[in-house]
Design a protein around this ligand. Structure first.
Ligand code: SF4
Length: 209
């Protein structure tokens, strides 16, 4: 299922007489997922030769573009952790944590998993939450280590943009977010990392020796 993460676990839901009570936006997300899975289950549909022939050149174009895209990001990694490359949602969550404002569980989960994924050490992530009004060192350490898989096995992937929106933690999406390429905060970060690496390389080559 695409509805992964602790926020979707049954134990974290509001259960009443055997029914799960969902807020409207979460309910929409569940319906969306059910529809996705239904469509996927019915695939692949039989495709005859005539149809294959009709889309062949478009398909080749897509395959070439996809390969070029993958190549572009391969081996670039995420580089040094830099807030300049963060998507607006993560900048806002970091600012909220640093200002000691209360953060919804979905926000903490998204931020901790995002920071861990891009290479921030677990202890630094824990420190970031220490200004929270309800900060509890051992509880926070346990939660962060659980999310980041530090010593607990499974490492959670940060939620994609659709889930972030559903959870009300997609803040002020910018031009890059609104472009068609970004559907995940990590994609945003990757694109920004790539742009910055490319700019640095361009700087080096244009500097007079
Ligand atoms: S669109 Fe995605 S990357 Fe951009 S702010 Fe929203 S959740 Fe973050």
């Amino acid at each position: 299922s695409g509805l992964r993460g602790p926020e979707w676990k049954l134990v974290n839901q509001d259960m009443r007489r055997g029914f799960v009570l969902l807020e409207k936006n979460k309910f929409v997300r569940v319906l969306e997922q059910a529809l996705d899975e239904r469509i996927e289950d019915e695939l692949p549909l039989p495709v005859n030769d005539e149809l294959l022939e009709a889309v062949r050149s478009d398909l080749e174009e897509v395959i070439v573009a996809l390969e070029a895209y993958k190549e572009k990001y391969r081996d670039e990694g995420f580089g040094t952790v830099s807030i300049i490359k963060f998507p607006p949602c993560m900048k806002k969550l970091v600012a909220t944590a640093q200002a000691g404002q209360n953060m919804p569980h979905a926000g903490r989960f998204a931020l901790a998993s995002f920071l861990s994924f891009i290479g921030m050490p677990v202890d630094d992530i824990i420190k970031l939450f220490c200004s929270s009004p309800d900060f509890d060192q051992s509880k926070t350490a346990y939660q962060v280590r659980h999310i980041t898989g530090d010593g607990y096995g499974k490492k959670y992937t940060p939620p994609e943009c659709a889930t972030m929106r559903t959870n009300g933690v997609c803040f002020e999406p910018d031009e890059l977010c609104n472009g068609r390429r970004v559907n995940h905060p990590l994609t945003y970060y990757r694109i920004r990392s790539y742009d910055r690496n490319r700019d640095k390389k361009a700087d080096k080559t244009t500097k007079p020796s």
